[in-house]
Design a protein around this ligand. Structure first.
Ligand SMILES: Nc1ncnc2c1ncn2[C@@H]1O[C@H](COP(=O)(O)OP(=O)(O)OP(=O)(O)O)[C@@H](O)[C@H]1O
Ligand SMILES: [Mg+2]
Length: 273
């Protein structure tokens, strides 16, 4: 990865050389587009295919993975970071056959990227990487320094966007910042809440052509967008969230669940390939 010396990217490069899981950050730019839903259901879909998967709630401070999974953790990442619990104690089994590390909500100390937060996060990924095949980071929305730092530690980034212009503008801004600040030459894209088949691919092509025109790495190379698929807008998703159940478990035959299963398969193939 080519990165200016001031960026956190060299840390990511150092992490990536150690053996074990590939770390995938799920991010978006715009909030509420479906990151947490996608991360949780991809994890379940990957676990169904035999992968050992951990999802980390990297939305430190405004976590909501616990809500989606209907878990009430007594021990969180905050306890690990403050030395009150071990990683093992904070690691929970989620419905769907994967594990989670939850962050706990409202912790204002994690809204800013301090040297301690950096150090703790990096150490955490070092510790979990050897134990899993895939580690998914469910990040917060936006391009705050906390979000960008979490993303910088990942091997790959999956941007979730909806076809709405505001979501696409924010996805574009995120990809541009990741390229320019972190030297990230490739980004994965999943389009959520599509209203007709093929809309996602059209959106991906539109985004790629704007990226080709306006985004370059610091050393001048082009940035590649890899389209992984679309997830239709589906009432089953809202229903599953309302019930605080995983879509892929409650409505495995729904269009959205099947789309997520396909995206999971593509992600696993990328790792094998
Ligand atoms: N494919 C879909 N079809 C219908 N509704 C959806 C779909 N995807 C997401 N939603 C709705 O959008 C809501 C927000 O999803 P989610 O919490 O995963 O977004 P998020 O990007 O993680 O939000 P935040 O930025 O706050 O972390 C869900 O609760 C669900 O009701
Ligand atoms: Mg979320």
């Amino acid at each position: 990865m080519n990165a200016p010396p001031s960026s956190p990217a060299p840390r990511a490069a150092a992490l990536a050389t150690s053996a074990g899981a590939r770390i995938l950050a799920v991010t978006s730019g715009k909030g509420g587009v479906g990151k947490t839903m996608v991360a949780a259901n991809l994890a379940a879909a990957m676990a169904r295919q035999g992968r050992r998967v951990l999802v980390i709630d990297a939305d430190l401070g405004l976590a909501n993975l616990d809500v989606v999974l209907n878990l009430q953790p007594s021990t969180t990442l905050h306890d690990v970071f403050t030395g009150r619990a071990t990683l093992e104690q904070a690691t929970l089994d989620a419905p769907g056959g994967f594990q989670v590390l939850l962050a706990g909500s409202g912790l204002v100390e994690y809204s800013r990227l301090t040297p301690e937060v950096r150090e703790q996060f990096e150490q955490l990924l070092h510790s979990v990487r050897p134990r899993y095949d895939d580690v998914l980071l469910d990040t917060g929305a936006g391009i705050s320094d906390v979000v960008l730092y979490a993303v910088s530690l990942a091997d790959e980034v999956l941007v979730v966007a909806t076809p709405e212009p505001t979501s696409l503008t924010d996805a574009y801004a995120t990809i541009k910042v990741l390229a320019m600040q972190q030297g990230r030459a490739g980004t994965l894209l999943a389009v959520n809440q599509s209203s007709r088949t093929g809309e996602g691919r059209g959106v991906a092509q539109q985004l790629q052509s704007v990226i080709e025109r306006f985004v370059r790495l610091p050393a001048g190379q082009a940035v590649q967008l890899t389209y992984l698929g679309e997830i239709p807008s589906d009432p089953s998703v809202r229903d599953a969230v309302q019930r605080r159940q995983l879509l892929t478990l409650t409505y495995p035959g729904s269009q959205a669940a099947q789309a997520l299963q396909q995206i999971a398969t593509r992600l696993i193939q990328r790792r094998r390939g």
